[in-house]
Write a protein that binds this ligand. Sequence first.
Ligand SMILES: *Cc1c(COP(=O)(O)O)cnc(C)c1O
Length: 395
Amino acid sequence: MDIRKTLIRPVAMPASSSSAVVTPIMPAVVYASDSPDALDAQYEGRSPGYTYAREGHPNADILARRIDALEEMEGGIVTGSGMAAVAVVLMGLLRAGDHVLGADQLYGRSLRMMKEDLPRMGIATSLADPTDAAAMEAALRPETKLVLIELVSNPTLRIADLDGIAALCKARGILLAVDNTFTTPAAIAPVTRGADIVIHSVTKLLAGHADVTLGWVAARDPEVAQRLRVFAVTTGMTASPFDCWLAERGLMTFPLRFDRAQQTAQRLSEFLSGRAGVARVLYPGRADHPDAARAQSVLRGNPGTMLSFELEGGRAAANAFTEAAKGIAFAPTLGDVGTTLSHPASSSHRALTAEGRAALGISEGFFRVSLGLEDPDALLACFADGLDAARQARG
Ligand SMILES: *Cc1c(COP(=O)(O)O)cnc(C)c1O
């Protein structure tokens, strides 16, 4: 065979009167059309079809439709990461002279975008406490165009006053964007409680296996959604087919994973509270949580899969705990099938001064736990080992 005479064209799928029960992967970057007229029809939306993968491809659309359904929204887009989804909202919708108000304990990179990148583009930003709608109201300006919040703060797990903030935004015509990564649609679909835009790091609980980095964003208003889509395509924030396929596979078990991890979180909160060497336990399902009533209303009885606790004995106790609790990955992520432990003072909050951390209630003994799917008894045994070692380190 003369390779120079071989035309490299796709071969049709073999005929089959049955169909695949899972989504195929379609990695094509370009799509061939029948004629210039047919291409016109596609670009003008008169006939369906794909042209170029950055503009859209089947695996991204299939994943987006599944997350849309969970979030009770339409027309969401999948982005290359959760941060790409945040960037599409902040940079795709705002212009120089606008002001954006953020919650003061947003995800670290979102905070950085608010503090470093938006001001460079002439967009003013400020932060306020989302558990206090009056504090948020006081921070609004005539030129405020958007408010960005997360419903459960990281790592202290405080609950935002969603209803209060949504009412403020609605009265002033300000867009309310909610990053629902921590809370997930298993607890709440923010669009049903006044959010205009909903954001996910699909990387976390939705994909759930710590093997794919993706985001998703949707807007209630189709005109806003269109601006998000165009900005994502222009800036190349869209996602690869393989990643979308992998995330879709993970998403199939999301409700089961959520329920199981949440049950284990509840058990761990009971196990840790009142135990010698544990100064406090923060879990939105506990009656002693500072926002217990709001957790019930906003999270609809789903306190979630995250828990934080504080060891007595500072850094020495923290080191001894992670070294002894060998079965638990000491890694600053969340939403994985395996339980992960993060130590904010040495990771997400290391840039703050000790005083800044103290103001948030984050000491050297403070840990955040993202519960996974391990056998709960085996997991509690790991925690018991960690606590024993921490107690010895304290002397
Ligand atoms: C992880 C995370 C992000 C960023 O998502 P990536 O997929 O890592 O880019 C944004 N918001 C929250 C709340 C997160 O936990």
